[in-house]
Ligand binder design. Structure first.
Ligand code: P5A
Length: 442
């Protein structure tokens, strides 16, 4: 992409309404714009990051055996009346009437609708276990939308629902999702800690939140520092491996303030390993047995010919919260550096020449060369000053830069990784370096 053809409305100043770094940066770098309170448009740069995150989430769901479908954003109130949550959900639910005066709502979550789909389409134990997911916009009329896309009213969620014949199988589905979350967040370069949690309006008796540690997080958390060093690389979804790794996490203390007990914390965790900080909830998983299958009368026929309500769980990731969460975790000394898995462009080409001169030609040439080799560069071909170009690219956070100035020899390129040193490379070395960065271990 050439910057002169792109929409990247960079703001020089931080908008006063933005209180935390991620909100400021997402506005300043032209990733998002507020359209009304707690409702945002995703401009091209933000949209690219969002889509990359969405795909990483999708890939790991597929690996864990979940199957993608798509449910609508607008739901009929009838199924919510059946489950009893139409009244329970209160003012957070956006209620709508259609022209026939029928009650509709903008879905805040999908337990009811997926149970209805299951009820209408699955009859036999032979179809179980089943895990279904979608990635769809939700609406919650939050009392205090704040921090940009971190706590907003319309947001993108990945929500998975599991159906099993009995509690034991349902527990395995729960654990598969638990592991898939650890793997997903690791791919996003985030160290997410699972913590036992309250179940709130979703219900049930087992629940974990996945929390990344940042000073700006909304949750207060207490944990054993050893949780930060558990290695989940190369763990596959076999039951034995999942049990082992979850056991490692469960043995160490972690709790949000809702579940925290100071005496337990002191009893179980040595002083030097105690960590009391704040965090952002990026995922939340629930096991709630037959809460919805019973109220909505979803049944499966067992091998023995009995009709039973399947055991269910639901599993959410705040997809549109993640760009902000990644910024909070990665933002450092006034510049942003996207993890390579979600960077909006692979590399920035900073052209310091003037329209039509040798430097400009060299910049265009390397741009075409990289595109022909399947990379996605952003070429700054604008007439801004070098100082302002450098400033803007620190803000945007593309992790690698090729700087093309007049001092370099014709076949030499200055290559820089943000926050690290520069090196001089030939064209073929440059290509190999990018291949190493983007094609290894992925
Ligand atoms: C699990 C999937 C649920 O809704 N039902 C389907 C369950 N869980 S949850 O914890 O309420 O939400 C899941 C994740 O969505 C993100 N999230 C939000 N993101 C931005 N703005 C909001 N207002 C918002 N509310 C929830 C969180 O990441 C949460 O973990």
């Amino acid at each position: 992409m050439k910057l002169s053809n792109y929409l990247l409305p960079i703001l020089k100043e931080s908008p006063s309404e933005a209180k935390i770094k991620s909100h400021q940066l997402m506005l300043r770098s032209g990733m998002i714009r507020q359209s009304s309170s707690g409702i945002y448009s995703w401009l091209p740069l933000g949209f690219k990051v969002l889509k990359k995150i969405e795909n990483i989430v999708r890939e790991e769901q597929n690996k864990a055996g979940a199957i993608e479908l798509l449910m609508p954003t607008i739901q009929s109130a009838d199924i919510w009346k059946e489950s009893g949550r139409y009244d329970d959900y209160g003012k957070e639910m956006l209620r709508i009437k259609d022209r026939q005066e029928r009650d509709l709502l903008y879905g805040p979550t999908n337990e009811e609708l997926i149970t209805q789909i299951f009820k209408d389409n699955v009859k036999s134990y032979k179809n179980l276990p089943l895990m279904l997911y979608h990635i769809q916009w939700k609406f919650r009329d939050e009392i205090r939308p704040r921090f940009g896309v971190m706590r907003c009213r319309e947001f993108l969620m990945k929500d998975t629902y599991s159906f099993d014949l009995n509690k034991q199988n349902a527990e395995y589905s729960y654990k598969k999702m638990y592991l898939s979350y650890l793997k997903t967040f690791e791919k996003l370069d985030l160290n997410a800690i699972p913590m036992q949690a309250d179940t709130g309006p979703i219900g049930g008796d087992l629940s974990h939140e996945f929390i990344i540690l940042t000073d700006t997080g909304e949750s207060e958390v207490f944990l054993d520092k050893n949780l930060l060093n558990i290695n989940i690389k190369n763990i596959d979804y076999t039951k034995n491996n999942i049990d082992k790794i979850i056991d490692k996490f469960s043995k160490l203390y972690s709790a949000t303030d809702e579940k925290h007990s100071t005496s337990e914390f002191n009893r179980l965790v040595e002083k030097k390993n105690q960590l009391h900080t704040r965090g952002i909830e990026i995922g939340h998983i629930f096991y709630f047995g037959d809460k919805y299958s019973k109220s909505l009368k979803a049944l499966v026929n067992t091998k023995e010919g009995k009709n039973i309500n399947p055991q269910m769980g639901s599993y959410g990731i705040g997809v549109s919260r993640l760009p902000a969460a990644i910024i909070e975790a990665k933002y450092n000394n006034e510049f942003m550096k996207w993890p390579k898995s979600v960077t909006p462009f692979h590399v920035a080409i900073i052209n310091l020449g003037k329209n039509g001169d040798e430097v400009d030609k060299k910049s265009n040439d390397i741009y075409t060369f990289l595109k022909n080799n399947s990379f996605d560069p952003l070429l700054d071909d604008t007439s801004e000053s070098p100082a302002s170009k450098f400033k803007n690219f620190d803000l945007i956070g593309i992790p690698y830069q090729i700087i093309i100035g007049s001092k370099m020899k014709k076949e030499e390129y200055e290559f820089k990784e943000l926050g690290k040193g520069k090196m001089i490379l030939s064209k073929s070395e440059l290509l190999n370096r990018l291949k190493e960065i983007y094609h290894s271990d992925q």
